[in-house]
Write a protein that binds this ligand. Sequence first.
Ligand SMILES: [Zn+2]
Length: 399
Amino acid sequence: MRSSGSLLVDNIGELVTNAPGEGEGGPLGVHRDAALLVEDGLVAWVGPARGAPAADRRVDAAGAAVLPGFVDSHAHLVFAGDRAAEFAARMAGEPYTGGGIRTTVGATRAAPDSELRGNVRRLRDEALRQGTTTIEIKSGYGLTVADEARSLRIAAEFSEDTTFLGAHVVPAEYADRPDDYVGMVCGPMLAAAAPYARWIDVFCERGAFDVDHARAILACGQAAGLGVRVHANQLGPGPGVQLGVELGAASVDHCTHLSDADIDALAATGTRDGATSTVATLLPGAEFSTRSPYPDARRLVDAGVTVALATDCNPGSSYTSSMPFCIALAVREMRMTPAEAVWAATAGGALALRRDDVGVLRPGARADLIVLDAPTHLHLAYRPGVPLIRQVLHNGVPQ
Ligand SMILES: [Zn+2]
């Protein structure tokens, strides 16, 4: 739904636009004492509050900070059940192996559409209340032709960025014949999933899919018109990042265990604003929830790699929908500056989805924005765990 008429967000103490060269310069493009005009769901004007045009309605930011809505480029929202007991066992010392995915597959297959749809809506709404106005949604807990297709059909009711992850794990019934499963993913499953998907993804990891299987699946998806993303280098060093670069992936996600060659390969794909760069999407909620070492964001940023932050929201390894939490982790545990983390959670996420209409507040972009209960974006990391999202506008509509 889009708003009709015009709306002025006025009296903004600090406006983060992510428009380079704007305002005070630097990647956040900060304006002080600013206003922003919304028309037909889009940003129509940005400038000083004193020169603001008239509008039909007005939102008074009361001197607070305003940011683009968060872009969560990695989430697994279509599932049933939860795995709280597995989390408790892990916190008591059991290691994370990824094997618990099959528990969720069983619950998801058994659930009616209404239960899956209700879960996606609940989590999407939860994310929206925390400032997320764009969220990618993956399949990957069905792992049959029918269950992957229905997962994506439901996901597409809530997001334009839906991702076919039939290659999440090899399901139990194919455990001793993974080649047959890969053939099925590339054949009837892809054909059933592709009408509802924009992207294809593979969990390229020991215990999931090896590099040859991953390459075959991603190439089939590309041939069917889907863009490429990869779960790579989460649990240990591996070939996933380089495979993503080889295939021109929009994003390689996790990037917890990287070699110098991996970082060089990512850096060589382009600069921060290069539309064709392969983004390194870091998911610190997963390291938090599996008590694992965090990725070295500082090393990536310093090498010139484009970095995004996302939640990896899923019932096993990262059951958070909170981008502010991920920003706080990135600053405290991954040595990003607050400005870098906010950029990665907004503009970085947009680049990871190859979108130029979100993650930025400039004329023509979607009027997706957050009014903070704080004078500056710094508070997102400075005040962790505090609900700082005062108001969210999505397509120009106050939520
Ligand atoms: Zn994931």
